[in-house]
Ligand binder design. Sequence first.
Ligand SMILES: O=P(O)(O)OC[C@H]1O[C@H](O[C@H]2O[C@H](CO)[C@@H](O)[C@H](O)[C@H]2O)[C@H](O)[C@@H](O)[C@@H]1O
Length: 271
Amino acid sequence: MPNQVNYYEMIGFQSATPCPSSDLPETPDLSHTAIFLDFDGTLTEIAPRPDEISIDPALPRILNDLARATDGALAVVSGRRLADLEHYLPGFRGVLVGCHGAERRIGGTYERIDECDCETLEGFRDVVRAWVRHKEKVLLEEKPASVVLHFRQAPEAMTEGEHFLNSLVEGLDGWTVHHAKMALELIPSRVSKGGAVTELLSHMPDRTPIAIGDDTTDETMFAVATQNGGYGIRVGDGDTHAKHCIASVETLRRMLESWVRDPRGVKCPNA
Ligand SMILES: O=P(O)(O)OC[C@H]1O[C@H](O[C@H]2O[C@H](CO)[C@@H](O)[C@H](O)[C@H]2O)[C@H](O)[C@@H](O)[C@@H]1O
């Protein structure tokens, strides 16, 4: 993957390790903090299908409160399409990064960051559509810069799916296969959440970054946060480069609310 930045190299080749389950951070000084939040599995529980998630109605308000308290240094950084994020977070006015960094909305302005190799992508779409047609219960999700295969309803097809997608990118510069929760995504190598966070941070040099997420694709955000003097918080179990772990989506929601409500920092129980 010649075009891909290795964010793990940036933090010294440390391998991911299991996170201690009861190690929550102190409430940060929000006036000097930048917060980067993943969406699925972090701000909302994982659901059987992408369109079956349910959103805490208080979530947009909590995010707006945090964005205000950080003077706008907060972004939701997701693999979802921007249009999905806007649909699920009505009323949230802060920064949205979609498609792992390929799209973003800042202050009401919409940007497509990555110049897509559209011809190759269209070729992939055709082949993947044909493959999935014969795979009962494998779900195809098409996004502006990528193609996702979801295996939550067909876990037995995942290994074959991985071989299939790997065969498409083999020997081809500029494309990679992201492993996500019960999903595989064919995506330009240069698109990553770590890259998106690096770009956003370049406009706020005095901020300490905190990146929060639950999935493999969030690990690049954790690496960039660590490299820039901050840290990652991993939601749920699993080996990680994050410094802290938090038990659940619900515990995270309560912790974020407490950061706004009590800036001096009473620790929220990690349960
Ligand atoms: O970066 P994120 O905000 O965590 O988005 C990652 C992917 O989330 C969605 O898929 C995942 O969540 C679904 C709903 O809970 C679940 O059914 C699926 O198994 C997960 O992989 C979304 O569909 C993808 O486009 C995002 O990349």
